[in-house]
Design a protein around this ligand. Structure first.
Ligand code: NDP
Length: 424
């Protein structure tokens, strides 16, 4: 029988868990998981809260950004991410670390008008009143101005087919600023409505945060890149070639960029930031000239390998769920950051470190060698190996002709059988 989901959001936690248990035929042991990860304050964050979903958090080390050493908390379920970030960062540390460039930290929000017979004329009216509209924006969230931020400028863009976008640039200080900006935009949209007799189609921030760009740069003597039988100069040249392929081919660029975001997302989650916002902005920036390309570039003159990564990374150190997430706040202390800009610099550097480690592995021994040991560990645990059994199972798995779930379960069964026989 299907459970009754009417007014589900009004049910209390016990009622909600009972409904889910009934619908999904959950055992008492399965239901106990809800209690195990339950945090009462999280009812305040999302609707229909059930429980928390634990993800591993670890630390990447060796990251030097603008001369400062950072320990980087990362939240990820992918086995090789933290090892790769630390490995890439270590190579760059030996070369003096990452340098970063951050010139501006403003969020852009847009108000879109539609069905305009003469969008350029409407744009001219709005631009003539820009100063007054900026005041309206500031009045909608006055505390921002008091902190030294606030609305900075207004731009209009004729989009075609009768649409006009009015873009508001706001200095959101230490926050990511989505909610603050959205309140400001709705107030400005009302004033524009009075001014132009046009109701806005929509008013919301844009995640294409091109006024919040941050860049990481590194220069590595090729000797530091040597990997097994591959000389450093050859590795550098191959990394540069792989980078060129990611500029030419969207199939390769997508995976290249996924590796970069492996690092950035993990820090975004650990610092309580909205990683979906960063993902959408970063991928949009990767297609800024009309073709989707690798986010980073690597070049080599045979002596040095030069790497660059520039991305929009509008993150916050206050606001959103950060204020009620104790671990996010603790992680800021571990990161050793004072400002949202500091966090941006670390995130872009970790993305480039991650990318370096992935490319170096890819063009030499292949990605699987490093990955597989960690993947086999996940496989063994999924097959039911206990922590005590893990070392032996991993050894046997590495020698096995097939590395799949059935083989692993077979190996575990054999190990337990042998143990029983020896115990007898
Ligand atoms: P908040 O709505 O929490 O606003 C920021 C808060 O931080 C305000 O309460 C502000 O206080 C406080 N604050 C304290 N110190 C500072 C400081 N130095 N500088 C700036 N603010 C300070 O968060 P945001 O506006 O940053 O919005 C982020 C949230 O919005 C995220 O959770 C995101 O997921 C979500 N979101 C994202 C969207 C998107 O990406 N498209 C769309 C909608 C929401 P005070 O009020 O006194 O100014």
């Amino acid at each position: 029988m299907t459970a009754d989901f009417r007014h589900f959001y009004q049910k209390n936690w016990a009622e909600r868990t009972a409904i889910v248990a009934q619908q999904a035929h959950l055992t008492p042991a399965e239901q106990a998981l809800f209690k195990q990860y339950y945090l009462p304050q999280h009812h305040e964050i999302i609707e229909n809260y059930l429980t928390d979903y634990p993800l591993p958090m670890g630390l990447a080390v060796n990251l030097v950004v603008d001369g400062v050493d950072h320990i980087v908390p990362m939240v990820t379920e992918e086995p090789s991410v933290i090892a790769a970030a630390s490995n890439g960062a270590k190579i760059v540390k030996r070369a003096g670390g990452f340098t970063t460039v951050l010139n501006q930290r403003e969020m852009i929000g847009q108000i879109v008008l539609e069905q305009l017979s003469d969008p350029a004329a409407t744009a001219a009216v709005i631009e003539a009143h820009a100063a007054a509209l900026l005041k309206v924006a500031d009045a909608a969230h006055p505390s921002l101005k008091k902190r030294g931020g606030g609305a900075r400028r207004l731009r209009t863009r004729v989009l075609g087919q009768g649409y006009l976008s009015i873009d508001l640039f706001v200095d959101v200080q230490a926050a990511m600023g989505a909610n603050m900006l959205n309140s400001m935009l709705e107030a400005v949209a009302k004033s524009i409505g009075v001014m132009t007799k046009q109701d806005a189609l929509l008013s919301i921030l844009s995640n294409y945060a091109t006024a919040s760009l941050v860049k990481a740069i590194c220069d590595i003597p090729v000797g530091l890149l040597q990997a097994g039988r591959y000389a450093g100069k050859l590795v550098a040249q191959k990394i540069a070639s792989a980078s060129t392929v990611a500029q030419l081919d969207p199939y390769r660029a997508t995976t290249h960029n996924k590796g970069i975001m492996n690092g950035i997302d993990a820090v975004a989650i650990a610092s309580g930031n909205d990683w979906r916002a960063l993902e959408s902005g970063a991928h949009a920036y990767a297609v800024k000239d009309g073709q989707y390309r690798g986010m980073s570039t690597w070049t080599s003159d045979g002596r040095m390998l030069h790497g660059e990564l520039e991305l929009p990374l509008p993150v916050g150190i206050v606001g959103g769920s950060i204020k009620i997430n104790e671990l996010a706040q603790l992680n800021q202390r571990i990161l050793g950051i004072q400002t949202a800009g500091d966090l941006e610099r670390i995130m872009v550097a970790i993305g480039l470190a991650q990318n370096l480690a992935a490319l170096r592995a890819l063009v030499t021994t292949g990605i699987q060698q490093g990955h597989m040991h960690l993947q086999l560990k996940s496989l063994a645990m999924a097959a039911g190996a206990t922590p005590e059994e893990l070392p032996v199972i991993l050894q046997r798995l590495e020698l096995a002709s097939q590395q799949d779930l059935a083989t692993t379960q077979q190996l575990i069964a054999e190990l337990r059988q042998t143990k029983e026989e020896t115990d007898d």
